[in-house]
Design a protein around this ligand. Structure first.
Ligand code: ATP
Ligand code: MG
Length: 425
């Protein structure tokens, strides 16, 4: 018996076990499958538990009061136990739509053959390591796609021809990259070659789904590794074209790496993280460049230029990955605060300190400095200021204040246009 032939029963979610037993007690087939089995075989703790069954969504819904059906084209049942959601999926047939239950358009009628047999379900899955099924009652692993062997050899391999499977659903490229980062596995040669040449297909994926995938890539605790893999496989630029472009003559690559390292470390310490911080880093230099370009225009104020630059850069990115408003708002705050941080006289520093995004903006400033930006020890100043006594604060403001006042002489600003109404947050 080899090392990867058994499952540690005690690591299985009690709720998932309950769902499996109830389905089986009612005469249905039910298996734990996907990432949970893959992770258990690797002695990692699974993120969530997925169940595959021959019961139809309505059958499942009837068996569990605490459940609801989600998805329009391919319906899945979520069974809820407090904070834990167990996802129950009916076996997919050859004509099931892609694995995109959250963003499918409504109104299309279901064809009769979206549901399939157990065997059909196996071969609809993406990678061999994700197609291992566990029958809890029999304590038996069912591995028709030979996934265990690939897990042992640490290989990510598509089920079937890589190019066909990636064309069928280009998000599989991002999934492969994510698993590579998370598990430290390598991509099977043909899969790697296909990813490197088919990145452009990502353009056909809806922006909302790509945002979800980007979150999983960069905010699951292995963001740095995922980023390296995205770069090595020529994928990064298909998701973040402006950020990729700005790597040619700016410190973007370093800044992104630093932001992701900090995010990974925070996740490891169970501290809160936000995609806004990472996105702000990815698009910082495109924002700065755009702001400088706009500032060349006659009669534009710094404020208007900053606002318009943020609008332009964010809306360009949204053609690729959507960015929900709460995150774009936070990105703007982080960016705009960067130009308030150098103002250190009078009431300004304390006002800046009170801003609800001060902490994120300060962390961001430190990363800019680490990435090589020259800021005249601004980070150090703020580090000290936050901890300083009232007396020391006054002294710090005076010494920088004088210097700043001397430098403050600048050209009178021309009158501004109507866009100036837009206010900074
Ligand atoms: P994670 O650890 O991120 O949860 P996972 O492999 O469980 O990884 P899920 O998105 O939870 O990923 O999907 C559950 C299972 O559904 C996968 O293991 C795989 O078998 C199948 N699956 C998910 N997305 C796809 C896809 N795009 N194409 C084919 N099969 C997919
Ligand atoms: Mg999963």
């Amino acid at each position: 018996m080899n090392a990867l032939s058994s499952i540690e029963e005690s690591a299985i979610s009690i709720n998932a076990s309950k769902v499996v037993s109830r389905l089986q007690d009612n005469g249905f087939q039910a298996y734990l499958v996907g990432g949970c089995i893959r992770d258990l075989l690797l002695s990692k703790s699974p993120k969530d538990f997925d169940i595959a069954t021959d019961a139809h969504p309505e059958d499942v819904r009837e068996l569990f009061r605490n459940s609801r059906i989600i998805g329009k084209r391919f319906r899945i049942v979520h069974v809820r136990f407090g904070r834990e959601i167990i996802e129950v999926t009916t076996f997919r047939g050859p004509h099931a739509d892609e694995y995109d239950e959250n963003h499918s358009d409504s109104g299309r009628t279901l064809s009769d053959n979206v549901y399939g047999s157990f065997e059909e379900d196996v071969f609809r899955r993406d990678f061999t390591m994700n197609a291992i099924y566990y029958n809890q009652r029999e304590k038996e692993l069912v591995d028709l796609a030979d996934g265990i062997k690939d897990i042992e050899n640490k290989i990510i391999r598509t089920i079937g021809d890589p190019e066909d499977r990636l064309r069928e659903d280009p998000v599989r490229m991002l999934r492969a990259i994510r698993f590579q980062g998370k598990l430290g596995f390598s991509l099977e040669t043909e899969l790697e070659r296909s990813i490197k040449s088919l990145g452009h297909l990502i353009q056909d994926v809806p922006a909302a789904r790509l945002f979800e995938e980007a979150l999983k890539l960069f905010l699951s605790g292995y963001g740095t590794a995922a980023f390296e893999s995205m770069m090595n496989n020529n994928m990064y630029g298909w998701l973040f074209p402006e950020s990729r472009r700005s790597m040619e003559n700016n410190a973007t690559e370093e800044l992104v790496r630093l932001a992701l390292t900090s995010t990974d470390q925070r996740i490891a310490k169970e501290m809160p993280v936000t995609p806004a911080f990472v996105l702000a880093a990815m698009l910082w230099y495109p924002f700065v460049e755009e702001k400088e370009r706009l500032e060349q225009e006659d009669g534009i104020t710094h404020l208007t230029a900053a606002n318009e630059a943020a609008n332009n850069v964010i809306s360009k990115q949204q053609l690729f990955t959507s960015i929900p408003k709460r995150f774009s708002g936070m990105m703007r705050d982080i960016w705009f605060l960067q130009s308030r941080l150098p103002a250190r006289f009078g009431k300004k520093p304390d006002r800046t300190l009170e801003h609800k995004r001060f902490r994120a903006a300060y962390d961001f400033l430190l990363l800019r400095e680490q990435a090589g930006e020259k800021t005249e020890q601004l980070g150090e100043w703020w580090t000290e200021y936050q901890e300083a006594t009232e007396e020391r604060k006054q002294a710090m403001k005076q010494s920088t204040g004088k210097g700043q006042k001397r430098k403050r002489k600048r050209k009178p600003r021309p009158k501004t246009d109507s866009n100036d109404k837009v206010s900074l947050h």
